[in-house]
Design a protein around this ligand. Structure first.
Ligand SMILES: C[S@@+](CC[C@H](N)C(=O)[O-])C[C@H]1O[C@@H](n2cnc3c(N)ncnc32)[C@H](O)[C@@H]1O
Length: 373
């Protein structure tokens, strides 16, 4: 198994994890990601890392307010399609600093009077910038916790940050790859095979891996196993099934078969301070750890009604009209028009960034829709 190559001091979370592993044995990669991102006080998101121009990476809402404006229009279309209910619940999960929520509210959708807007964000340090008028929760709500009405669940770049396990194809079968400590050298964290009772994963898991990766996946192939994303999606779909409405997720995605044929270091990535960071085991807690999401594993939970690229989704929901409106406003008032006109004038460059096929526009949008009960 590959090891990290570090020169930097690994930090307090590495020490904590190494002590835990020395006591109790190797941990799964999912447990490692959970600690690296969400360990209270030490995990990347719990320390205030995350999306934003002055933070670690740019997401679609952080490009500017246009993404939120398009989403506000989409919300109105869904509300009208559902018969303009007098009460509708929007649950945005993995809300980070609340930038999308702010932009959607500023766009003043027609459905605003009916809307109960909830943000779900596990890292409380991110709540300080959430806008007024929303309710922030630390966990995904149960149906009984919410006001009446249909539900729209939105998640932008959440699933890639939910802890995932790693498996590898070996001559003996698929094994789980986790994190141990280097005994011979300096006690640093290394990738190891996580022992399971039979040496390899149970037969049902072997068949699952072969099905996802394809029987002819090369030896040494690795796969993410999105068990937390699947569980989260199950809860979100259950809520939307009971209430009617939809679940819409945006993320960078591929298929398990594609991922199995690419080096894992290409689809597991680390970010900090607007750039790529080092090996995921290098300094746990110092950077984001994220994976491309295997869309086939989401479809196992339930078949979506539609899969789009982000560019297709934004085009369907009127991004070109908003850009044209912005251009007209800018042409009319220019720099003297104040903040609103300045914002309108930047829509064209924001749209370029949001729809670029090699960038955000190439992200995948997966959409599940449920009738009103
Ligand atoms: C990549 S950031 C995306 C932030 C925002 N949606 C955006 O697009 O800018 C992912 C966020 O999801 C949060 N998160 C991770 N697991 C979560 C969970 N189970 N429930 C709610 N939020 C979670 C993280 O703390 C982080 O703020």
């Amino acid at each position: 198994m590959s090891t990290q190559g570090s020169g930097d001091p690994p930090g307090p979370l590495a020490t904590l994890l190494a002590e835990h592993i020395a006591r109790s044995g190797p941990i799964g990669f999912d447990t490692y990601v959970a600690a690296s991102l969400y360990q209270p006080g030490l995990g990347f998101y719990q320390r205030g890392g995350g999306a934003g121009r002055r933070r670690d990476f740019i997401t679609s809402p952080e490009v500017g307010p246009l993404f939120g404006r398009v989403m506000a229009g989409a919300l109105d279309r869904w509300w009208v399609k559902m018969g303009r209910p007098t009460s509708m619940v929007l649950v945005e999960v993995g809300a980070g600093p609340g930038t999308l929520a702010r932009a959607m509210r500023a766009a003043a959708p027609q459905c605003a009077g009916a809307l109960h807007h909830f943000l779900v964000e596990v890292a409380e340090v991110q709540w300080t910038t959430h806008p007024e008028g929303v309710t922030t929760l630390a966990e995904f709500p149960r149906p009984a916790d919410l006001p009446p009405g249909p539900v729209v669940v939105l998640a932008n770049e959440l699933l890639d940050n939910l802890p995932f396990a790693l498996v590898e194809k070996t001559p003996a079968g698929w094994v789980e790859v986790g994190v141990g400590v280097e005994q011979i050298q300096d006690g640093s964290l290394v990738l190891v095979e996580v022992p399971s009772p039979n040496g390899t994963l149970p037969a049902s898991r072997q068949a699952w891996c072969d099905q996802r990766a394809g029987d002819d996946a090369p030896m040494g192939a690795r796969l993410p196993v999105h068990h937390e994303a699947a569980a989260w999606l199950g809860d979100a779909l259950q809520l939307a099934t009971v209430r009617g409405g939809r679940v819409v997720v945006f993320d960078y995605m591929a298929t398990s078969a594609e991922l199995a044929r690419r080096p894992w270091t290409e689809w597991v990535r680390t970010y900090s301070e607007q750039g790529r960071a080092g090996h995921p085991l290098e300094i746990p807690g110092s950077c984001d750890i994220t994976t491309e999401v295997a869309i086939d594993q989401l479809a196992l939970v339930a078949d979506p009604v539609r899969v789009w690229t982000q560019a297709q989704f934004l085009t369907h929901h009127g991004i070109a009209d908003l850009v044209a409106e912005g251009d007209a406003l800018w042409a009319e008032s220019g720099i003297c028009g104040g903040r609103e006109v300045l914002e309108a004038g930047s829509r064209r460059s924001e749209a370029d960034a949001l729809t670029a096929s090699e960038g955000l526009g190439g992200f995948t949008v997966v959409d599940w829709e449920f009738p009103l009960p």
